[in-house]
Write a protein that binds this ligand. Structure first.
Ligand code: CA
Length: 596
C-alpha cells in the first residue's frame, strides 16, 4: 500500500471515529442544483469580500439562511472537465476528459460511465437538466441518455443571450456545421428533449431557462416522487450581454457603487442581477407548489471568473484556466429550510464538487453500483455537524496547456502550485489566500509530501479522448506515461513504470467468475482460488463500502495448493469490505469481513 492511500485510510477512520455513526435514514429531498458558468469568487453578495458593484439580494438571503462554503473546489478551471466531475464523481483526467468538447465534434464523455442523474433516476427521482450541457451532442451522450427524464436547453459550451440571434428551429441542422464552429454553436435554437423548439422574439436566455425550470417544478409537483433539477445557467459566461432594463435597475439600486457606465463590468453585474431575480422566481414556484420545505438548493460556479471579461475573483489570484485559487475555488451555498442544513453558517473546510455524487446518492437513498469508481466523499454528515471532511485529504487541479501541467494541490490550509515547469510554490491560504508569498523553502517536507500526492494522483490519468480545438498542437505528443511532459513537472519523482500500475480493478459483469475466497471473516491472510491456468497473474483490491480503494496488490503470489495469497494490510480495521480480484480477462467481486 502506498503512503498516500495509507494516510487517506488512516484519516478516513479518524473521521468516522470523531463523528460516530454515519447518518441514518435519508429523507429523499428534492435537489435543485444551480450551476453558474464562469462566475467569479466575489461576484455574489453572500461571499466574504464580495464586490461592491454586485447586487444579488435574493441569492444572499438564501445563502444566509443556509450554509456558505468559502473553500469549495471544482476539479478543473474549465467548463467541460468541471461538469464531467459533477456528473461522474471522478477526476476528468481519469476519463480522458481533460479538455472541453469542441462544438460539433461528435465526441462525448464515455457512455459507459454512470452519471449521478442516472443513479437518481433509478432511485425514482424525476430528473431534469435545463440549460447548458457541454458533455456530448450525439444521441448516446445526450442528457436523455444519461438519466435525465427531461431536457431543455442547448448542448454546446455557451450561448447567445437574446433570442433574436438564435437560429430558426425548423431549419436548424447541426450536420451543417464543422467541428469547432462556435458561431453555429452559440446560436443554436433551444432544444426540448431531442427536438429543436421555437422561442419568443426578444426573449433573454436566463429568463427562458428559468421559465422552463418553473414548468419543470410544476410538473414535478404532480408526482409523489422527489425531483432532481440541474439548472445549468450559461450566465455569466461570454458573450457578456444583459437586458437594458437590468442595467438600468442595477444602476438605480447601487447608485455610485455601480460599475462605470458603458463598461463590460456593468453588463456583467446586470447579468447576475438578472440571475438573482430569476432564482427568486424559482423559489416562489417551489413555495407555491409546496415543494420548498423539502428542497435542497445548491448554488455554485463551474470554474473561476474570466477577469478579462468582466468577472472578479478577488481576493483570489488568477481566474478561469488557472491552477491558482481563482481558477477552481468557487462561491457555493447549500440551503434547505427548517434547519436541515446549518443556518447562517460559513463553512471554511475544503469541499469538492466530486462530493456531490456520493452525497446526492446518499440523500436519495440510492444505490451506487459496486463497480462504480468515484473520487469524492459523502460529506452530508460534515455539513450537518459543521465538521471537516478533508482533514489531510487533498484536492487536486490540473490544466494542460501548451505542453505544461498547471497543477494545484490544496491540503488543509496549504496550497502547492506549479506552472508545470518543475518549479513548485507553497502558500499558506490561512493568511495568504491571494498566493503571494512562497513558503516552499521554509517547509520542504510539506512540499515533498504534497508533490508526491499529486504525482500519485496522476497515475490513473489517461490520454485525452478529445481536444477543445482541432488544431491543438500537442495531440501527437501525448503518451500513456509521460502525457504532456509529466517528467518535466515531477522531476526526480517521475518514473514511467509507475503508470503501469492499475489504480483500480476493473470488474466487467460479462466476465465475472465465482472464485473461492477464504476464510471469511478473515483476520490476516485471504486466499483466492480461481479456475485458472498455470502462470496466470492475479491482482486484488480491497475497497470500503463506499467504493474507495484501500489496498491494491498486483501479481499475487501463490500458496502450495495454488491459491493466490493476499496479506490484508494491518492498518485496515475490523469491518465489512468489498474485495475484488482479476485474473486475465476474468474478475470476481465479493463482500468480506475483516475480524482480528
Ligand atoms: Ca465555465
Amino acid at each position: 500500500m502506498n503512503n498516500f492511500i495509507k494516510k487517506y485510510l488512516f484519516l478516513a477512520f479518524a473521521i468516522i471515529l470523531i463523528n460516530g455513526e454515519v447518518v441514518g435514514q435519508a429523507s429523499r429531498p428534492n435537489i435543485l442544483l444551480i450551476l453558474m458558468d464562469d462566475l467569479g469568487y466575489s461576484d455574489v453578495g453572500f461571499m466574504p469580500d464580495a464586490a461592491s458593484d454586485i447586487h444579488t439580494p435574493n441569492l444572499d438571503l438564501l445563502a444566509n439562511q443556509g450554509t456558505v462554503f468559502t473553500s469549495a473546489y471544482v476539479t478543473h478551471p474549465f467548463c467541460g472537465p468541471s461538469r464531467t466531475s459533477i456528473m461522474t464523481g471522478r477526476a476528468p483526467h481519469d476519463l480522458g476528459a481533460q479538455f472541453n468538447l469542441a462544438a460539433f465534434s461528435g465526441n462525448g464523455i464515455n457512455a459507459e460511465e454512470k452519471f449521478i442523474s442516472k443513479v437518481l433516476d433509478e432511485a425514482d427521482y424525476y430528473t431534469g437538466l435545463i440549460g447548458k450541457w457541454h458533455l456530448g451532442e450525439e444521441t448516446e451522450f445526450h442528457p436523455n441518455s444519461r438519466g435525465f427524464d427531461y431536457f431543455y436547453g442547448f448542448l454546446g459550451g455557451g450561448h447567445e443571450y437574446f433570442s433574436n440571434s438564435w437560429l430558426n428551429h425548423s431549419t436548424y441542422d447541426p450536420s451543417n456545421y464543422s467541428v469547432g464552429n462556435y458561431t453555429g454553436d452559440y446560436k443554436r435554437p433551444m432544444m426540448e428533449n431531442s427536438d429543436y423548439v421555437a422561442s419568443a422574439s426578444g426573449a433573454y436566455c436566463t429568463d427562458v431557462l428559468t421559465d422552463a425550470g418553473i414548468q419543470f417544478i410544476e410538473n414535478a409537483s404532480q408526482n409523489t416522487e422527489p425531483f432532481f433539477l440541474f439548472l445549468s445557467y450559461n450566465a455569466p459566461h461570454t458573450p457578456v450581454q444583459a437586458m437594458q432594463s437590468d442595467i438600468n435597475e442595477i444602476k438605480t439600486e447601487l447608485g455610485n457603487n455601480a460599475a462605470p457606465d458603458g463598461s463590460e463590468r456593468l453588463t456583467y453585474t446586470a447579468m447576475m442581477y438578472n440571475v438573482d431575480n430569476n432564482v427568486q422566481r424559482l423559489v416562489n414556484q417551489l413555495k407555491s407548489t409546496g415543494e420548498y420545505d423539502n428542497t435542497l438548493i445548491i448554488f455554485l460556479s463551474d470554474n473561476g471568473g474570466k477577469t478579462s471579461r468582466g468577472a472578479l475573483n478577488s481576493p483570489l489570484r488568477g481566474g478561469k484556466g488557472d491552477a491558482y485559487e481563482g481558477g477552481f475555488r468557487v462561491p457555493m451555498f447549500f440551503h434547505w429550510p427548517n434547519g436541515n442544513v446549518p443556518q447562517a453558517y460559513t463553512h471554511s473546510s475544503n469541499f469538492s464538487s466530486l462530493d456531490f455524487y456520493p452525497t446526492f446518492a446518499f440523500l436519495a437513498g440510492a444505490t451506487i453500483p459496486e463497480s462504480k469508481i468515484y473520487d469524492g466523499l459523502n460529506v452530508w454528515d460534515d455539513i450537518i455537524n459543521k465538521s471537516n471532511p478533508r482533514a489531510d485529504v487533498p484536492v487536486f487541479v490540473m490544466r494542460q496547456h501548451n505542453g505544461s501541467n498547471y497543477t494545484g494541490i490544496v491540503e488543509n490550509n496549504f496550497k502547492l502550485y506549479t506552472p508545470g515547469n518543475g518549479r513548485w510554490f507553497l502558500y499558506n491560504l490561512t493568511n495568504d489566500i491571494a498566493e503571494t508569498t512562497d513558503l516552499s523553502a521554509q517547509y520542504p517536507e510539506i512540499v515533498a509530501s504534497m508533490k508526491e500526492a499529486a504525482y500519485q494522483w496522476t497515475w490513473s490519468h489517461i490520454r485525452p479522448e478529445f481536444f477543445d480545438n482541432p488544431s491543438y498542437g500537442f495531440e501527437d505528443s501525448w503518451s500513456d506515461t509521460n502525457m504532456p511532459n509529466f517528467g518535466k513537472t515531477f522531476g526526480d519523482l517521475y518514473d514511467p513504470n509507475d503508470y503501469d500500475k492499475p489504480t483500480n480493478i476493473s470488474i466487467q459483469s460479462e466476465n465475472l467468475v465465482d472464485a473461492y475466497i477464504y476464510p471469511n471473516p478473515v483476520s490476516n491472510t485471504l486466499y483466492i482460488e480461481f479456475d485458472s491456468s498455470e502462470g496466470q497473474k492475479c491482482d486484488a483490491a480491497l475497497y470500503d463500502m463506499s467504493g474507495r480503494l484501500l489496498q491494491l496488490q498486483l501479481s499475487l503470489g501463490q500458496s502450495g495448493n495454488g491459491a493466490f495469497v493476499l496479506p490484508i494490510d494491518n492498518v485496515i480495521p475490523n469491518g465489512s469490505y468489498i474485495f475484488k480480484a482479476s485474473i486475465g480477462e476474468k474478475s470476481c467481486s465479493k463482500s468480506i469481513i475483516v475480524s482480528r
